[in-house]
Write a protein that binds this ligand. Structure first.
Ligand SMILES: Nc1ncnc2c1ncn2[C@@H]1O[C@H](COP(=O)(O)OP(=O)(O)OP(=O)(O)O)[C@@H](O)[C@H]1O
Length: 216
């Protein structure tokens, strides 16, 4: 295994190619993501953003190429990589029959956390007063906030977030953006997809990667 230094990228894509239904979504895609980076994956519907995030998270395999965690292939560094990865997907594991508090408690415990204060965390995502509501009775945005609450109690450096702002109101988006900036300032990195315009453009370490698959 490589000995990481402060200059070692946290996550690297090396010559990634993804083919779906005989269509090449991206080919020979390479980039490095280091501590402090916030990277937005852009592109039209169906261009392969989710496919790329799933490959970066090790949830699916590319047609060709590799993903490296601190210069080691994620397949070989799987345990260390998984311990440093927070993946937030399209269906982010909120069970309708559990309350907001039970969902958060469950999600944090299966990620190995203990000693957290669920009420305090839910307060940070503006769910005070809704802790005991079944998630199935929450609004779409509140449901999403229940899922996102785990970001407020994460010590993973790599955050891969697929459309985290869906159904979130303006204030919530601003709070989440601030959360991403704080995470990056503390040496973490964020890889995110969203169809929303973000106000992170000013940030020195904010980058965009555009996937350009064109329908024919
Ligand atoms: N497991 C799969 N098997 C076959 N085809 C797939 C699979 N996953 C995705 N695709 C196809 O790959 C293409 C890219 O899908 P993907 O979800 O990565 O796009 P996206 O850029 O995230 O789209 P959106 O902006 O709509 O969320 C789509 O045409 C989709 O049908």
């Amino acid at each position: 295994m490589t000995n990481p230094t402060s200059a070692t990228p946290l996550l690297s894509a090396r010559h990634l190619t993804c083919i779906r239904e005989e269509r090449i979504l991206f080919d020979e895609l390479s980039f490095d993501i280091g501590p402090g980076d916030i990277v937005q994956i852009e592109g039209p519907n169906g261009s392969g953003k989710t496919s790329l995030l799933r490959i970066l998270a090790g949830l699916s395999r590319p047609y060709a190429g590799d993903v490296l965690y601190q210069q080691d292939n994620i397949v070989e560094a799987r345990d260390a990589f998984n311990a440093d990865l927070l993946y937030f997907g399209h269906l982010p594991g909120v069970k309708s029959e559990l309350t907001a508090e039970e969902n958060l408690d469950f999600n944090l415990k299966i990620s190995g956390y203990s000693g957290f204060n669920t009420r305090e965390i839910l307060g940070k995502v503006n769910l005070t007063g809704f802790e005991e509501a079944p998630a199935g009775h929450l609004s779409a945005g509140q449901h999403r906030r229940t899922a996102l609450a785990r970001l407020w109690n994460s010590d993973c450096r790599i955050w891969i977030l697929d459309e985290p702002f869906t159904a979130i109101d303006k204030r919530g988006v601003a709070e989440l953006e601030q959360m991403l900036l704080n995470h990056a300032a503390q040496g973490g990195c964020v890889i995110i997809t969203t169809h929303q315009d973000l106000s992170l453009e000013e940030n020195r370490q904010y980058k965009k990667i555009r996937l350009e698959y064109q329908y024919t």
